[in-house]
Unconditional design. Structure first.
Length: 69
């Protein structure tokens, strides 16, 4: 239940920004597009290494989430 409260606080903060600071949201959107485009080009050039990293990270998270106690 604690995580739902944290998600609610984050949603409330985003709602305040959307209502009262729309220019800031536009700025974050523009900045995010630059980062995503740069990340996209990097991931395409290192596709195999990135895929292996995500595969290993996924297996590790499944192990920790379900089997580690």
């Amino acid at each position: 239940m604690f995580i739902i409260g944290i998600i609610g606080v984050v949603a409330l903060i985003f709602a305040v920004f959307f209502i009262f600071f729309p220019n800031f949201i536009a700025y974050l959107d523009a900045m995010g597009r630059e980062v995503v485009i740069d990340i996209s080009a990097t991931l395409q050039s290192h596709r195999l290494a990135t895929g292996i990293f995500y595969f290993v990270a996924g297996i590790f998270m499944i192990y920790v989430g379900f089997f580690y106690r």
